[in-house]
Ligand binder design. Structure first.
Ligand SMILES: Cc1cc2nc3c(=O)[nH]c(=O)nc-3n(C[C@H](O)[C@H](O)[C@H](O)COP(=O)(O)OP(=O)(O)OC[C@H]3O[C@@H](n4cnc5c(N)ncnc54)[C@H](O)[C@@H]3O)c2cc1C
Ligand code: FES
Length: 269
């Protein structure tokens, strides 16, 4: 069992970096030393508010300068809107690091990261970590709906990643969806047996997982269930397991959020 902490942390910055998209940073030696790529934090807005009552899950997006953790989030409802109103020196309460995190590929393995929209949040931290161990350049496919949503291109290029970008409306990068790039890539690179890591909308993950399974490739997907308790009690984050008699459902909060693609029953997703 991983060590989990509850800490009240002081916000160092909280700034808008794209359409409805914000980047928040705070320092914690303890959380930074425990955190692994793919893990997440349950965030409460502080002692002053009971609404929303429930904590919200956010991936650990990045660790910088040894102890600065960053969250990357999109405003989609009340909790994230309130989060965006917090200023430097305001406090939030965080519990974590939670979840299993990604299994890091071996130094000689070719690695492909696929992010749809905010799916880039945990994959950035993964790219930071892979960069330290990988002998080959990491490839990343990044897909957004439109250019206004595109974020982090320069930061990812600074990580020396071989980056390709799609937008659905063709306003930046290649016109199409990010799985189009995977189709072409597998035609070219299948023999190099890349290890695939993906995070994004569920239909994107389903397609990536099914393509990886069909090509017999190792593939890890990070899922975003609706979480209330993060303790495996409320069942809000249950996903159907593929052919597992002992465990028909997995809980994203406890068994995930990262799953090997063949673990999930994609037919019902
Ligand atoms: C493990 C994990 C990691 C996550 N990491 C990030 C991250 O790094 N950055 C980020 O922006 N978001 C992330 N999310 C999603 C984030 O938790 C939700 O967007 C947030 O809880 C919404 O809170 P809210 O109060 O603003 O919206 P609410 O008022 O609770 O909901 C607003 C709308 O968003 C929908 N919604 C809420 N949560 C989810 C969800 N998990 N999946 C799909 N739709 C949802 C609701 O159905 C509703 O339509 C993650 C979720 C999980 C489970
Ligand atoms: S969030 Fe309650 S079981 Fe996963």
């Amino acid at each position: 069992m991983n060590e989990v902490l509850e800490e009240t942390v002081s916000i160092k910055f909280n700034r808008q970096i794209g359409k409805d998209t914000w980047l928040m940073g705070f320092r914690s030696d303890n959380l930074a030393s425990l955190a692994k790529p793919g893990q997440f934090l349950m965030v409460h807005l502080g002692r002053t508010t009971k609404d929303p009552l429930l904590r919200r899950p956010f991936s650990i997006h990045r660790i910088q300068d040894k102890n600065q953790l960053m969250l990357l989030y999109k405003i989609v409802g009340k909790g994230t809107l309130l989060l965006s109103c917090l200023k430097e020196d305001d406090s939030i309460s965080v519990i974590g690091p939670l979840g299993n995190g990604f299994t890091i590929s071996k130094p000689h393995e070719k690695t492909l990261l696929i992010a749809g929209g905010m799916g880039v949040a945990p994959l950035f931290f993964l790219a930071q970590s892979l960069n330290k161990v990988q002998k080959q350049k990491i490839t990343m496919f990044l897909g957004f709906t439109t250019s206004q949503e595109v974020i982090l291109i320069n930061e990812l290029k600074d990580l020396n990643i071989d980056l390709s970008l799609t937008t659905e409306d063709g306003s930046l990068g290649i016109t199409g969806i990010v799985t189009d790039l995977l189709d072409e890539y597998l035609d070219r690179e299948l023999n190099s047996k890349p290890v695939i890591y993906a995070c994004g909308p569920i239909l994107m993950l389903k397609k990536v997982a099914q393509m990886a399974i069909a090509s017999n490739l190792r593939c890890y997907v990070s899922l975003e269930g609706h979480m209330a308790c993060s303790l495996g009690i409320c069942q809000g984050c249950a996903v159907k397991a593929n052919n597992n008699k002992n465990k028909p459902y997995y809980y994203v909060c406890q068994d995930g959020p990262v799953f090997s693609s063949e673990m999930i029953d994609w037919q019902v997703m």
